[in-house]
Write a protein that binds this ligand. Structure first.
Ligand code: ZN
Length: 423
């Protein structure tokens, strides 16, 4: 990342309890020493010498954590009634996204995996420091079948497409082995760091259902072959219904998104394949809340959200019990950006401890993205993504939902939010 002006001073965060992301005992009265864009030292205040000329941040008895990671967002949109979205000028999405990215940072999320919609230009703008936003792993266009979850076709023949094509954003609809191969190669050419596919139907799509199977087994194998086997680019699958989840796992998909209808067998398959589960528990709940508050959700969306909420909780609770690897992800974009941490309390309701939830939001999320060599825990040598919270998330995980309780956000050694100075 480019820096303007003089070399940055070291940053010295003190007077806080460190939760390092690896699930170990918190360190009381801890210090995190940042040098340039890396973590230089982490430990007890008594054990770490303070060099001269550091910029001090007094955590004021709060909690010091690694920058949080959301492994399932859509930074380019915020869901509204399709009729409203259809009226929006095309390029407005890029300006809106600037605000969505800022809100994501303000929530303490310093890295995201975009599950469809963000292109290489958006990622590059963040990397170059043109806009403030989370470090991004992008998928560009989600791949799906005709009539599947990413197909916004309407009987009238007109309407709104949530995933329009434009330079840098290929067509994601594809059918049959060779067409699917072409589509994978196109998203890779457009800069995809991860391939997003729709392995089953979903809640907000007009003509399908979560139980419907998307790609065939052969198509899934070609996707994994072109992506992970040939290029080392992993595949994340929107997968809600049982049969579609099984097909995806057998084909070697890296992460199962949503996982609304898991059973014992699928959990065991996940363990066997080392696949990650990204629950996005907040997504269907928000769809119902939005429907009740504004009526802005089509009938099919409300009906399918209502059907899935209870099953979703049971499904994720089962996966927790079975010890499936869980990475935090929210589907932000379906929910408003910045409210991502509402997910954490819901994960606790599925049987995870607050500490397990924090690990899922840091270390395991970084592992899911293949970024655990540089992010996810507070360790010397890792990139300096560090946040401070006013409250203790182990005592009250819901307190993190309020972004005012996220007092400091540092990304790559750069202070992007600091509300402690104002007190
Ligand atoms: Zn999504």
């Amino acid at each position: 990342m480019k820096r303007i002006g003089k070399l940055m001073a070291d940053i010295w965060i003190h007077n806080g309890t460190i939760i390092g992301g690896h699930g170990g005992e918190p360190i009381k009265n801890g210090v995190v020493h940042i040098r340039d864009n890396r973590i230089h030292a982490v430990g007890r205040a008594a054990e770490i010498g303070m060099p001269a000329g550091v910029q001090k941040i007094d955590a004021q008895g709060g909690t010091i954590l690694p920058g949080l990671i959301d492994t399932h967002v859509h930074i380019m949109f915020e869901y509204q009634n399709p009729e409203v979205m259809a009226q929006q000028p095309f390029s407005l999405r890029f300006y809106n996204a600037v605000h969505y990215m800022r809100r994501t940072i303000d929530a303490g999320i310093t890295s995201v995996r975009d599950a469809g919609g963000a292109d290489l230009g958006t990622k590059t703008a963040v990397e170059r420091g043109l806009v403030v936003g989370p470090r991004m792993m992008i998928s560009t266009a989600p791949l799906g079948i005709t009539g599947g979850h990413s197909d916004w076709w309407q009987p009238s023949g007109s309407g709104f497409n949530l995933f329009p094509t434009y330079p840098g954003m290929p067509e994601g609809l594809c059918d049959g082995v060779e067409d699917v191969r072409r589509a994978v190669r196109q998203v890779l050419r457009a800069g995809a760091d991860v391939i997003k596919i729709m392995a089953t139907g979903g809640v907000l799509s007009p003509t399908d259902h979560p139980d419907f199977i998307g790609f065939s087994e052969e198509e899934l194998r070609v996707i994994v072959e072109e992506g992970e086997k040939r290029r080392g680019v992993k595949v994340m699958a929107h997968a809600q219904g049982l049969e579609g989840i099984k097909l995806a796992l057998r084909a070697g998909i890296h992460s199962i998104e949503h996982g609304i209808y898991l059973d014992d067998e699928t959990c065991e398959l996940m363990l066997e394949h080392g696949a990650f589960l990204v629950p996005t528990l907040i997504a269907p709940i928000w769809v119902l809340e939005m429907a009740q508050a504004t009526g802005a959700v089509p009938e099919y969306g409300v009906r399918k959200a209502r059907e899935s909420i209870e099953a979703h909780t049971e499904s994720i609770s089962l996966a927790v019990k079975k010890g499936v690897k869980i990475a935090m992800g929210t589907d932000a974009g379906v929910i408003p950006h910045g409210q991502n941490l509402r997910e954490l309390g819901l994960m606790v309701k599925c049987g995870m401890t607050p500490m397990q939830v924090l690990v899922a939001t840091t270390k395991t999320a970084a592992e899911c993205m293949g970024w655990d060599d540089r992010l996810g825990t507070l360790e010397p040598g890792k990139l300096a993504d560090v946040i401070v919270t006013r409250t203790d998330p182990l005592q009250n995980i819901e307190s993190l939902e309020n972004t005012d309780n996220i007092t400091v956000v540092i990304q790559d050694g750069k202070i992007l939010k600091n509300h402690l100075d104002k007190n």
